[in-house]
Design a protein around this ligand. Structure first.
Ligand code: BGC
Length: 440
């Protein structure tokens, strides 16, 4: 298969549905000498943390190649481009604005706008300035206030150039992977840390929302959450799976809409609890203009005496990063969130697959990825038909890039990157995306 098909009456084919591609600063930019160090620089420099011992010093060299990359984005015909801002590139250590860094992004935003591509800006996609980590990072409540200041400086500087701001990308990853199991930067491990970090990140989101609404009243302002729906193979495992769902998924969304953490918080020992101060839950539950949802896979759980839940190995078919391909979970995730919460308009801000791509005669025939996208586009369409207000979809990712703890070993792009030459080649999945968009 080399084309994507949606039913001819699909809402996704209407003019007002947004199709885009997404990236993140640390994963593509490089340009390390033009910014302050971040926690991922430090993590990469630590022995044994990154599968191929690589780092983000050069990545896709987007710092230098941004103009040709915008041409590339434009050639795909997308309506929108989701990028993130590197906090340590735009704010100096004393908290003042770094004009050189700000100008770097302003020229990108202006170039996108000149081509009629809507900029979707994420303020935090994991690259916390290292000096803030030195003060405790997300375990320190003060970092939430620093984030609010950063959001203020940036939104004032960018003016009305931005179509949509997301405060955070995937608080789950920053807090759980970064501060509880330590497989992401800053690599801190311990059940006493994960919930505390998550609370400060959600607080930072809530503190920044009114700033975004004030400084950028016309943009759609919200947050991006990731979900890995939880399943059980047997009735007996259902409770374990429900617990995991509260721990990994609902933990980050419920405070936004219900001003409360899931009920399992009442069964967690004190030392694992977040430090919730009076008024925090009201701050966190600021109204948002949109919710960004990232979906890749599901997880199956069984009960476990020590940990309550234990994840089972994913059944086939799996992608190159070992994640099961299970699009039905995408539809039911969207419909169930729609039942549980009063959702604002939803953007699918990430969806995609790592595949072991090869390039031959300047072609990447990634039909397995084409297939993944087809299944997941259908899954989104099904959710819309069932009444979920999904108004946009972003492919992750525009191009192959630094895949965090996996380094450059896993390729998620719809564009292939040859890291030796920095040559970009649109894969079959990207060509099919372009055709879907242009044939609307
Ligand atoms: C992140 C991306 C990442 C992708 C694939 C998401 O969790 O936002 O930065 O590359 O998943 O792992």
């Amino acid at each position: 298969m080399n084309k994507y098909k949606l039913p001819s009456n699909s809402a996704m084919l209407k003019k007002d549905f947004t199709f885009g591609v997404a990236t993140a600063s640390f994963q593509i930019e490089g340009g390390v000498s033009n910014r302050l160090p971040c926690i991922w620089d430090t993590f990469c420099a630590t022995e044994g943390k990154i599968a191929d011992n690589s780092n983000g010093d050069i990545a896709c060299d987007h710092y230098n190649l941004w103009q040709q990359d915008i041409e590339l984005i434009n050639s795909l015909g997308v309506d929108a481009y989701r990028l993130s801002i590197s906090w340590p590139r735009v704010i100096n250590q004393d908290g003042s604005a770094n004009q050189e860094g700000i100008n770097y992004y302003i020229q990108i935003l202006d170039a996108l706008l000149a081509k009629n591509i809507k900029p979707f800006v994420t303020l935090y996609h994991w690259d916390l300035p290292q000096h803030l980590e030195g003060n405790g990072g997300w375990l320190n409540r003060e970092t939430a206030y620093q984030f609010k200041e950063y959001a203020d400086v940036i939104t004032k500087a960018f003016g009305d150039r931005v179509h949509s701001y997301a405060t955070f990308n995937e608080p789950f990853c920053s807090s759980y992977l970064g501060y509880e199991v330590g497989i992401h930067a800053p690599g801190i491990k311990g059940k006493e840390f994960g919930r505390k970090a998550a609370h400060h990140i959600l607080l930072a989101h809530g503190l920044a929302m009114p700033v975004l609404q004030k400084n950028s009243p016309k943009s759609l302002n919200g947050i991006v959450l990731n979900f890995t729906p939880c399943y059980a193979n047997t009735e007996a495992d259902q409770a374990a799976s429900d617990y995991a769902d509260q721990y990994f998924n609902q933990w980050y969304i419920k405070p936004l809409f219900d001003k409360a953490y899931p009920e399992i918080i009442n069964t967690m020992p004190d030392w694992q609890q977040p430090d919730i101060q009076d008024g925090d839950m009201d701050i966190i539950a600021q109204p948002i203009d949109f919710l960004g949802i990232n979906f890749y896979t599901r997880a199956i759980y069984t009960s476990d005496e020590d940990e309550i839940y234990r994840q089972l190995p994913p059944p086939a078919p799996i992608t190159d990063i070992g994640w099961e391909i299970y699009p039905a979970a995408f539809t039911s995730l969207l419909t169930s969130l729609n039942e549980l919460y009063e959702l604002p308009p939803v953007y699918i801000t990430e969806n995609g697959a790592a595949m072991a791509d090869t390039i031959e005669d300047d072609k990447v025939s990634d039909f397995d990825r084409v297939n993944y996208y087809q299944l997941h586009l259908n899954a989104v369409n099904d959710a819309i038909e069932k009444g979920v207000n999904v108004v946009g979809y972003f492919a992750w990712s525009l191009m192959d890039n630094f895949e965090w703890a996996e380094g450059y070993l896993k390729r998620f792009g719809i564009v292939y990157v040859d890291y030796k030459t920095q040559k970009r080649t649109i894969k079959q999945s990207g060509l099919a995306y372009r055709d879907l968009i242009s044939n609307r």
